[in-house]
Write a protein that binds this ligand. Structure first.
Ligand code: SF4
Length: 333
């Protein structure tokens, strides 16, 4: 609006129409003068990511393949929670991902580009457009990409999400999940938002972590845990550690003990999840009894432990299975 020579409050009006009222047509923004509406129409457009395909799992999980303006594809997943009956929206922050974690289908795609603020928020708007405002309670940055590598846009998107005249999602209902970009954790803490942080830990020693997640070479556990201690200190909140169990690699008692030692003194909860097989990766899913055994051993040694069920496995929407373009072929057989 400033660029068009208009008063800044006009920008606020348009903002409210788009995010609060979900009106995507300038003509329907009735408190704007007609000439402003036509200038806006000539100089700009409002575009949501379009649904290129969608799939519903037998467990109720729904996966959307969104096409962006430049035809790149990303995935967004709507996940029902067994216990609370609430829905969680899992959104992407990049097209592909540069970090190449060995258990993740997105990692095998490689990196194309970061998502813009509009493309991040657009996923939320597009799903609300289909199902209404109350469709989900929680938003997690656990889709394609590493959010802390696109931190400026992620922070700007969060600002719109938590704004009462924006998307009006409580900050405590938003979780940013990282594989461990230590400086990004510090920067996110400085942003002052009361969002949650989840760390995809998956290994209790640097050797295995480096093997599973090459970013472990840049930020070994010592560096990472110093950033995490700062986060829990500044935020006075607990962090969630995600721990994917791989058969024979990190699912034994000794690993559970190492894990308990590693997180000692940190306000946290641990989510355990059995590995979901992805094409090209040579890892195996542990038996259910081994996961239970691991959890039982950990319970008395950790503040809180949850065994998470994989959701949407039948449509490759579970953790680590999002694959964008490659996924497109799967939607269409
Ligand atoms: S797990 Fe996350 S950071 Fe690792 S490759 Fe997949 S999307 Fe990237």
């Amino acid at each position: 609006m400033a660029e068009l020579g208009e008063k800044p409050f006009r920008g606020r009006q348009v903002y409210k129409w788009i995010y609060k009222n979900r009106v995507f047509d300038f003509e329907r923004m009735t408190d704007l003068k007609k000439d402003i509406r036509s200038v806006l129409r000539e100089n700009s457009f409002i575009g949501l990511p379009s649904v290129a395909a969608r799939q519903k799992s037998e467990d109720g999980t729904e996966k959307f393949l969104f096409a962006l303006e430049d035809k790149n594809l990303i995935e967004t997943v709507l996940i029902p929670d067994d216990y609370s009956g609430r829905m969680t929206l899992c959104i992407s922050s990049q097209v592909g991902c540069p970090l190449g974690c060995k258990f993740c289908a997105t990692g095998y795609l490689g990196y194309k580009r970061d998502l813009s603020v509009g493309e991040i928020v657009g996923q939320v708007l597009a799903v609300r457009e289909m199902y209404g405002d109350g469709v989900f309670d929680n938003i997690v940055f656990m889709g394609m990409g590493e959010p802390l590598l696109n931190l400026d846009n992620v922070v700007a998107a969060i600002e719109i999400m938590i704004d009462p005249i924006g998307l009006k999602v409580g900050a405590k209902r938003i979780t940013v999940s990282t594989v461990g970009i230590a400086p990004g954790i510090r920067k996110l803490a400085e942003s002052g938002f009361k969002v949650n942080l989840a760390l995809s830990l998956n290994a209790t020693n640097d050797k295995l972590r480096r093997e599973l997640m090459p970013i472990g070479k840049v930020y070994p556990l010592e560096k990472l845990f110093s950033a995490i201690r700062e986060w829990t200190g500044v935020k006075k909140r607990r962090i969630t550690f995600e721990y994917i169990l791989f058969k024979g690699l990190n699912d034994r008692r000794e690993h559970a003990l190492e894990l308990a030692n590693l997180i000692r003194g940190i306000p946290c909860k641990i989510n355990l999840l059995a590995y979901n097989p992805v094409e090209g990766a040579d890892y195996q899913r542990p038996e259910e009894e081994d996961v239970d055994c691991f959890a039982e051993f950990l319970y008395p040694r950790a503040p809180a432990v949850t065994v998470r069920k994989s959701r949407g496995k039948d449509i490759a929407a579970a953790c680590g299975q999002l694959a964008g373009k490659k996924g497109y072929d799967a939607y269409h057989g």
